[in-house]
Design a protein around this ligand. Structure first.
Ligand code: PXL
Length: 275
């Protein structure tokens, strides 16, 4: 069985980061080892959330795993708390990266043109150095524009996304994928670039007009789970895009009108059947 290490916060209530990565990657059939970087009462879109940083646990946990000789097929990072923690995560990459380990970095820090409340430009700079260590990076347009210094645009064409991808790939990862790319009315998806082959891959499916928290984490976690099944990256991404769109659709139909996260629990059976 493939074994994935995922490093991100645990927001106890809120359906994002580890509370998405653990069930989704496990459901897709890979053992999911978690390293919680902080415990929050909720994600940071709630008011008055509590946060306990767990940075001081990272090194002892890693030391124990090293002593146990643990191997990971993939290491996937999402929301991290501080610049110092990014440094610790880079050390983990060095400690646990085997020849066949795929490192996936989702540089979670911003969306819709804005940084999340906890972050500043110094954090962006540090995240660039994390992306440099990855095999695959999956920023959204806001994160890619912040990291490359390119202007953030709400309306754009394929040329802008290609430029953003080329600049993102200069950070160092072999594969760069920009998520939330909408190249025509009513469509959204991703565009990716493989630096070794020079190929661009574009996928667009239906766009559902709703914004929910945690959909980036759902997308990345599904991507990692599908990748571990042995799919080529663009196929794994396509399923992640289809599954995320379907889950948003189902969430919109919920009469309880959830606002803080999506009903991925309801769509996991569909995910398992997706090809
Ligand atoms: O979904 C990204 C995310 C993860 N973790 C925490 C967050 C967010 C987005 O705001 O606040 C704590």
């Amino acid at each position: 069985m493939k074994r994935v290490l995922t490093i991100q916060d645990i927001s106890c209530l809120g359906k994002c980061s580890l509370t998405i990565a653990l069930p989704v990657i496990s459901a897709l059939g890979a053992e999911t080892v978690i390293l919680p970087t902080a415990v929050l009462s909720t994600h940071t879109m709630f008011k008055n959330f509590t946060c306990k940083d767990l940075s001081d646990q990272i090194e002892p946990i890693a030391a124990h795993w090293k002593a146990e000789g643990v191997h990971f097929d993939a290491i996937y990072t999402g929301y991290l708390g501080t610049r110092e923690q990014i440094g610790q995560v880079k050390q983990l990459f060095h400690d646990f990266r085997g020849e066949k380990t795929t490192v996936i970095v989702d540089p979670v820090m911003a969306d819709n043109g804005k940084l999340y409340p906890a972050f500043d430009m110094a954090y962006v700079e540090e995240n660039k150095t994390l992306c440099a260590e990855a095999d695959i990076v999956v920023p959204n347009i806001t994160e890619a524009s912040l990291m490359t210094g390119m202007e953030y645009r709400e309306t754009y064409g394929e040329d802008y996304i290609r430029q953003l991808l080329l600049k993102t790939s200069e950070l160092g990862a072999r594969i760069s994928v920009i998520t939330g790319v909408s190249l025509s009315e009513g469509k959204t998806g991703f565009m990716g670039y493989d630096r070794e082959t020079g190929e661009f891959k574009l996928y667009q499916n239906r766009r559902i007009n709703a914004v929910y928290h945690g959909t980036g984490d759902l997308f990345s976690s599904t991507f990692v789970g599908e990748l571990m099944k042995g799919l080529p990256w663009e196929e794994a991404m396509r399923i992640a895009a289809d599954y995320t769109a379907r889950t948003i659709e189902v969430t919109l139909e919920n009469p309880e009108k959830p606002w803080y996260g999506v009903d991925f629990e309801a769509t996991i059976p569909e995910l398992l059947a997706m090809k």
